[in-house]
Design a protein around this ligand. Sequence first.
Ligand code: HEM
Length: 388
Amino acid sequence: MDFVPDNDHPLDPFPHYRRMRESAPVFHDEQSGSWHVFRYDDVQRVLTEHAVFSSRMGGDDPSETGQLFAASLISTDPPRHRQLRSLVTQAFTPRSVDALAPRISTLAAELLDGIASTGTADLIEELAYPLPVIVIAELMGIPAEDRNRFKQWSDVIVSQTRTGTENVDHHATNREMTEYFLAMIEQRRSRPGSDLISNLLAAEIDGQKLSVAELLGFCSLLLVAGNETTTNLIGNAVLCFTEAPGTIERLLAEPSLLPQAIEEVLRYRSPVQSMYRVTATDTTLGGLPIPAGAPLVAWIGSANRDERQFQRPERFDIHRGPIRHLAFGQGIHFCLGAPLARLEARIALTAVLSRLSGLSLAAGTHLERMESTIIYGLKELPVRWQAA
Ligand code: HEM
């Protein structure tokens, strides 16, 4: 059900979004049967009106990943969503996230130690990718030697979500990942620790605990949500900062601007460009009648560039002030990991700006987007700086 915006310019789908906002803000793709939503107000409605726009996408999806996510909170509606979310938030509190700050700083410093003297590196490979993986793996109590398998699994899941296709590799990966997490869950059941999986096993509401399927769904959701998205937020931020003249100097002179600069990156190059829903009832959107059971794609990346909502949306402007972007969604499914993603980005970018002086894209760099229409991020980010 993919609707590929513009195959020729994957890094710049934004002119295409603008055309759609003008000419077909709610677009019915006859071929796939799905509806594509491009304007801010409509995207906001689709994300927040959960009684009309259901998140139960996994329900009829025969793929194993569909089944994995079917049991996780991102694919459930109330009342089950409310129960799952409150179980999970018991284990994933803002306080437990804040407590990670010193460890994240150490990790970022260690990763930069490895490259600071070289003067050139791929920042995705050296920092933006490993940092969130290590953080989520440590949070879940995954042994360090298993981390590389994480990347392979999450890459496969992301490509699967993108193409909707299946092949033997996907099945094998899903099976391998499921077996790994099942073993981990059983191990923590008999020997609980202070990690997230142990906390999830202990969490209960009205005497009810998470089922094994729900625990598995949550582990795989974290694997994808915690890795690719935060990696791309950090990578997209470095791209935005090096692209807009004077930004790095401004941020160095006034570091307190960094959090709002990160919000502007989230708006301008949203790591998650679209989310799926399915209509639970007949409804009307943008003046068009949509029947029950229709698959929808809410284009967050387009909503965040809507000129009806933002002044001069095509301009990257770290002085924009409070930004009501939809990069983390809105409503009951608002990103559970937003505080962690913001914290990791702030720490990683502070380290980059302070240690890699004179940072710029490496000469002759040809940037390529990751092969996904949902996730927006770079395959590689070659940069250079004045080595210490
Ligand atoms: C920049 C980084 C991130 C972005 C842009 C992002 C984006 C999103 C979006 C758009 C949603 C809403 C989905 C919907 O409405 O259907 C979401 C939900 C979610 N995110 Fe994130 N995310 C990020 C990082 C993280 C991290 C680091 C974690 C966990 C470690 C995480 C965990 C989740 C979970 C569990 C949900 C489902 C919440 C629910 O359904 O109630 N995310 N995220």
